[in-house]
Design a protein around this ligand. Structure first.
Ligand SMILES: *[C@@H]1O[C@H](CO)[C@@H](O)[C@H](O)[C@H]1NC(C)=O
Ligand SMILES: *[C@@H]1O[C@H](CO)[C@@H](O)[C@H](O)[C@H]1NC(C)=O
Ligand SMILES: *[C@@H]1O[C@H](CO)[C@@H](O)[C@H](O)[C@H]1NC(C)=O
Length: 588
């Protein structure tokens, strides 16, 4: 059924009809209503994006030329700022439309943004100046001055996403023979951002939701893409040493990215290197996959292509994590699309589904369908089997060519699920097609910031993927993970804890500390942390632990291998988020 619609939208794909008994007639009304919605909402979404871009956007009075505000909402929440991440993703979408010849009116908007970014890059801000880390500043005022309030900074995805958008435009300009614009206007900005990425990817920073200081999968995959995409341009505009140094860091990032895969749970951890107890299931990873989509890279797992077995297993895990989280989702069938939020522990505005997360879940599937169609087959592995079993419960690992009934059943089912996510957005779209940031988890009423630019952009990239209008390749197929061990990636932020225990001991007896985290030897009594008795009867030791980590611990007395434990219960402590602390205890 869905295949018929796909065929009509993408005639050149020439998919064979599956041999199953698909009910065309029953599904027609819903299909055509969804098609109509996608067409009408795409027009609303493009107008919604342009209304938030200065200087002439209808909803962003006072924004400088080229500045993309996140939303016209001025209070509860105040989103009248330009976030580098949001603006770069929005402009990447505009650049794809323009460079694919679909909307020639966008040139001025795109080039105004590029000019404004050259100015903003030079604005000193709380993260530093252009050469001391200021490129990692997450947001600026709409008049391009620095935002100086407290914030989760730096956020290191911004420079990577900005460089990716600008490099996509640079490739187009080169194809038009316009080398001067690339050399004089684009490259000076791009090289600053790529230099920042190459130098700083190995440090932690705040994630795309601006809450966690650690290593974000979205950030690192965006950083990898930017350096990998740079190779052909760096060969033209950089010395050989810089070009090869960037490639070395690209390969190092790709290597580090492989450590986010949690094989035992079969999903990708959204963040590592942080002292959080979150599950790691997060729309961060869906967004990472769609923005790393390369239609020439097949179903490569290392670069987390939408149809890769890891990205599909992760899709199922993330989607399933929202099934029972929102009461609104109880109306949908067990294997059907549901409303998707950021992550299950989210409490922002009480934790609701987001339009852009729900649309990302759809876009990943549409992009996967495109690749399967181009390669005329689907490969099921033991990793992706549970994902595919949602559509064909008997499916076994193997490769299914487009002439098989399995292929037809699966592509129909995947298309149906993807359309289901879009149908949920249709169900809960705001008045006149408005897309806010969130919709209420019980009532579905739009909430938080109105007219979120990123929500509108995510609708347009979803619609493009649904129509088979794919972005240009960025070189993912030449990805290479360096042989041997990875170079060190970012390390978690650490704080120094000084443990002081008042304990009377007998001659020959020594005091040790052991506890529930690796820095406290994971409850080992033989590798426990030794304390010094130089201030007896106070024994003490200083240990570096991850900032913010919660743990349990106890002191032990050891003499000739004989261990005496303190009495129960275990002691508990949560490390501060920065600095140091002293913990005073008395033996018991
Ligand atoms: C950036 O800050 C550093 C350290 O304060 C200073 O040496 C340098 O001149 C500044 N660069 C610019 C472009 O302002
Ligand atoms: C190159 O592109 C810029 C920006 O669009 C334009 O102003 C300029 O006229 C172009 N130059 C040529 C030689 O096409
Ligand atoms: C990160 O990598 C850069 C470039 O190789 C290096 O100069 C820097 O020392 C590294 N920083 C950390 C914290 O490892």
């Amino acid at each position: 059924m869905f295949l018929a619609r796909l065929l009509s939208l993408i005639p050149f794909l020439a998919l064979p009809l599956p041999s199953g008994s698909l009910s065309l007639s029953l599904s027609q009304p819903r299909q055509s209503s969804l098609d109509t919605f996608v067409t009408s909402e795409s027009a609303v979404a493009l107008a919604g994006v342009l209304a938030n871009i200065g200087p002439s956007g209808a909803k962003c009075e006072g924004a400088a030329s080229g500045v993309v505000i996140a939303s016209p909402s001025l209070t509860s929440p105040d989103y009248d700022y330009e976030w580098i991440r949001d603006a770069s993703l929005v402009n990447k979408m505009l650049i794809d439309r323009y460079t694919q010849g679909r909307d020639s009116s966008l040139q001025g908007t795109i080039e105004s943004w590029i000019s404004s970014m050259a100015i903003i890059q030079q604005v000193p801000n709380p993260s530093g100046n252009v050469s001391t880390g200021g490129l990692g500043e997450p947001k600026f005022n709409p008049d391009m001055t620095a935002f100086t309030g407290a914030w989760g900074r730096p956020q290191r995805d911004g420079p990577a996403l900005r460089a990716t958008a600008m490099m996509t435009y640079a490739s187009y300009k080169l194809s038009q023979g316009n080398t001067s614009y690339v050399q004089d206007v684009l490259w000076p900005s791009i090289t600053l951002d790529l230099g920042y990425v190459a130098q700083n990817w190995n440090q932690t920073g705040f994630d795309l939701w601006e809450e966690l200081d650690g290593s974000s999968f979205f950030t690192l995959l965006s950083q990898y893409r930017s350096l990998q995409q740079a190779a052909p341009l760096a060969a033209l505009y950089e010395d050989a040493g810089t070009a090869s140094a960037w490639q070395v860091q690209a390969d190092n990032i790709l290597c580090f990215l492989q450590s986010f895969w949690d094989a035992s749970s079969s999903y990708t951890l959204a963040n590592i290197n942080l002292a959080s107890t979150r599950s790691g299931l997060d729309a961060n990873t869906l967004l990472a996959s769609i923005h790393a989509f390369d239609p020439s890279a097949g179903c490569d797992a290392a670069t987390f292509q939408p149809c890769s077995d890891q990205a599909l297993a992760n899709h199922k895990a993330v989607v399933d994590s929202f099934r029972s989280l929102y009461s609104l989702n109880s109306q949908y069938a067990p294997d059907a699309a549901v409303a998707i939020g950021r992550y299950e522990e989210d409490v922002y505005y009480n934790g609701n589904p987001w339009y852009l997360a729900t649309l990302a879940a759809a876009e990943q599937l549409y992009s996967a369908l495109h690749t399967w169609s181009s390669q005329s087959s689907i490969t099921v592995t033991t990793t992706s089997q549970p994902f595919f079993a949602q559509f064909l419960s008997s499916i076994q690992p193997g490769t299914y060519s487009s002439s098989t009934s399995e292929y037809g059943t699966i592509t129909s089912g995947v298309q149906g699920m993807a359309d289901g996510f879009v149908g949920i957005v249709q169900q809960y779209v705001g008045p006149e097609g408005g897309l806010s940031e969130q919709f209420d988890k019980s009532s579905g009423t739009p909430t938080s910031a109105v007219d979120l630019t990123w929500s509108y952009a995510s609708f347009l990239t979803m619609a493009d993927a649904r129509a088979g209008l794919v972005p240009a390749s960025w070189g993912a197929s030449s990805a290479s993970i360096p042989p041997g061990a990875c170079q060190p990636g970012p390390q978690p932020a650490m704080v120094q804890l000084t443990f002081v225990e008042d304990a009377t001991t007998t001659y020959g007896q020594n005091l040790f500390l052991t506890g529930s985290i690796s820095q406290l030897s994971d409850w080992s009594t033989t590798d426990a942390v030794a304390l010094s008795s130089s201030a007896y009867p106070d024994w003490q030791a200083t240990v570096a632990v991850p900032a913010g980590v919660s743990f349990q611990y106890k002191f032990i007395k050891v003499e000739d291998g004989q261990v005496t434990w303190e009495s129960d219960p275990n002691r508990e402590y949560t490390a501060p988020s920065s600095g140091s602390a002293t913990i005073d205890d008395t033996w018991r």
